[in-house]
Design a protein around this ligand. Sequence first.
Ligand SMILES: Cc1ncc(COP(=O)(O)O)c(C=O)c1O
Length: 444
Amino acid sequence: MNGRTLPGPIAESWIIRDGANVSPSYTRSYPFVMAEGRGARVWDVDGNEYLDFTSGIGVTSTGHCHPEVIEAIKEQLNLFLHMSGTDFYYPQQVELAETLNRIVPISDPTLVFFTNSGAESVEAALKLARYATGRPHIIAFRNAFHGRTMGALSLTASKVVQRRGFAPLLPEVTHVNYGYCYRCPLNLTYPSCNVACVREIEEELFRTEVPPDQVAAIFVEPVQGEGGYIVPPKEWMRELRELCDRHGILLVADEVQTGMGRTGKMFAMEHFDVEPDIVCVAKGIASGLPLGAIIARRTLMSWPPGAHASTFGGNPVACAAALATIRLLENGLVDNAARVGAYMLGKLREMQERHPSMGDVRGLGLMIGVELVRDRETKARARDIRDWVVQRCFEKGLLILGAGVSVARFIPPLIITEEEVDEALSIFEEALTEAERELLGVAA
Ligand SMILES: Cc1ncc(COP(=O)(O)O)c(C=O)c1O
């Protein structure tokens, strides 16, 4: 794999045609042109093989083309493709709603609204939060990513390129500090800080700028995704819940990336023993078919017919794929994510002892990030090392992606084995060793 020249000739010709016809706003890190995928393996149009530790950006949770998912899709294809759950009924949508209501980590009765994507789920949650509380204001976090439609974008604060040129965004949105302990925005240290970043919301924001009785919801990613795979302390989430309860504010968990078994529990909020009021899902729910949903306390979902709907939301083929996906998750893949995720995190922590650029290794289940730095003392971000490693891993047959400024992220499918992790990490370490030699002058 080391010797191959990429992109190959067929890939190159597709990339040229793409450049002439497709929006330049997409963010391709390297020239991978997919031809086929099975499990954790993918092949490009020139026949090169790769290990996929991106899952098509957190989506192919059961691996590429899991036979049980394909079978469920085929069965549905023979019945009907679409009827619109907005205007008619069909069993697949009802069954999926029942399943989501059963597995969501909210103890009260809940109801489901179906969407087609993560951003649409966030839009739906935003509208529901305002509708249910009658309050206008929303709080979100710095580094957050909630999507790119206008409402979701207003909550996103991970990179300015995502916001530049699109103002005015939604008014009545405030961003506050996340529990990013490796780079504490308040320059404090956990746990002696007593999660001052949550107290700051009450003691500063609510005192000076935003009346808490005007706040509909706090939107939180249980682990920040695009912002850099940042895992906050358990206590941080608990304090956030208590803050919401004191002021009648809804806690909305954006589990678009963290949900559906990714973190080794069905929903990441279960790691914190905190119940949200609304949960947003998408990405991994249907193993690759476009589907999203919000699951909310029944008492909140009191909006009348016509208040919110979507022609395609809850498409029957996507629902069939989701039902098969959730069956697989419950029958072993969530447990596999926990077990193999812990194995991978352990291996990366061992690797950290050999590599000065590995500033922080963190994650839950199979959502793992390595923050690359120039120097462990100063924690100066090493974006060049991250970019080098991502590119070289591609050339050596491993697909990974970046997150935040200098984080390399691993999002393998939940079917991944320890042997595949070993294979991926040996490629990653090779690439990192080269990057440290070339960019930091570290002797191999
Ligand atoms: C936490 C989170 N919310 C929302 C979104 C937006 O999802 P989509 O790209 O499906 O609109 C993403 C996508 O990366 C995400 O990670």
